[in-house]
Design a protein around this ligand. Structure first.
Ligand code: ASP
Length: 321
């Protein structure tokens, strides 16, 4: 990668708290920059010293495997000092408030905080208390911006564009920050979004999000270019959202029979972690001709490198780009 390019790229925001409100050209800046990291990540030597001397803290108040690892790799490949703060052993368990945690970390002069939190809005709150850039690594059922960006990068590389595509997002929409961030991004970039789920898993505000809503897979998936499956987030469900898992798979699980309604070359996506046999049939998930689920993970590192770089080196953030 030509590191001189950095000087000409400016992302005009201090934080990345969500996709909502970003302009198409701002999303394109992030995607174009991510693209430049894909090749670098495929080389034997994957590192560059762009963020040498910068401190990035992964602050995860909720479990995560791929997002946390992905940010960690991204920070290290940019030469930054990457710290993982484990909440299980932190003072949060001893009763410290979110604000106190923020103030404590702030005093250590990090350049970027990557924050995941079980409550919607908590990451924004924290961003208002610190001096550094904040990246939302997923807040409650609100937003997960880097997931939507990596999904968009995966689609754009396969299809050349996002504009004009018909994308079905299927499953547990109500509890999904991935769905919300993807809806904002896809709508902004000119794709058409369909949501497919049982009535209990479609949030009341869905109609206002500029999407079409379907309650049966066959009709909803018809002629779609992309079929994005979501995990059933049982840890966020209190009460009866579903009759049974078997029935859910029967009506809403993606198998070859339902997939036959989509375009012949429709891509299958899933943000992970997957519940095989619940929202997706295992053979469909592993179908190398159709499923881009592993590619999504690969694109995740490139996207997080781009976001870390553009925020850490943003002169408005006190960075010395
Ligand atoms: N990994 C994604 C998230 O953190 C999706 C999921 O957990 O189902 O939102």
């Amino acid at each position: 990668m030509d590191q001189g390019d950095t000087d000409n790229v400016h992302f005009p925001h201090r934080h990345l708290l969500g996709i909502e409100g970003l302009l198409p050209e701002e999303i394109s800046i992030l995607l174009d920059r991510s693209e430049s990291y894909v090749d670098q990540n495929r080389r034997a030597d994957k590192t560059t010293p762009l963020l040498h001397g910068r401190t990035i803290i992964n602050l995860f108040f909720e479990d995560s495997t791929r997002t946390r690892t992905s940010f960690e790799l991204a920070g290290k490949r940019l030469g930054g000092d990457m710290i993982n703060m484990s909440v299980a052993t932190s003072s949060v368990k001893k009763g410290e408030t979110l604000t106190d945690t923020a103030m404590t970390l702030n005093a250590m002069h990090p350049d970027v905080l990557v924050v995941r939190h079980p409550d919607s809005g908590a990451v924004k709150l924290l961003s208002e208390k610190v001096n550094c850039a904040v990246i939302n690594g997923g807040d409650g059922s609100h937003e997960h911006p880097t997931q939507a960006l990596l999904d968009a990068l995966t689609i754009r590389r396969r299809r050349g564009t996002l504009s004009g595509l018909l994308v079905a997002i299927c499953g547990d929409i109500t509890h999904s920050r991935v769905a919300r961030s993807n809806i904002y991004l896809l709508n902004t970039m000119g794709a058409r979004v369909r949501l497919i789920a049982p009535k209990t898993l479609i949030p009341p505000e869905a109609e206002r999000l500029g999407v079409e809503v379907f309650h049966d897979m066959e009709t909803g998936i018809k002629d779609c270019d992309i079929v994005m499956m979501l995990r059933l987030q049982r840890e966020r469900m209190s009460g009866n959202f579903l009759p049974s898992i078997r029935e859910y798979f029967h009506f809403f699980g993606l198998d070859y029979e339902k997939l036959a309604n989509a375009k012949d070359d429709a891509l299958i996506m899933h943000p992970g972690p997957m519940n095989r046999g619940v929202e997706i049939d295992t053979d469909v998930a592993d179908d190398v001709g159709r499923s881009v689920i592993r590619e999504q993970v690969e694109m995740g590192v490139a996207v997080r490198m781009a976001v870390l770089e553009l925020l850490a080196l943003n002169p408005d953030n006190g960075g010395n780009a």
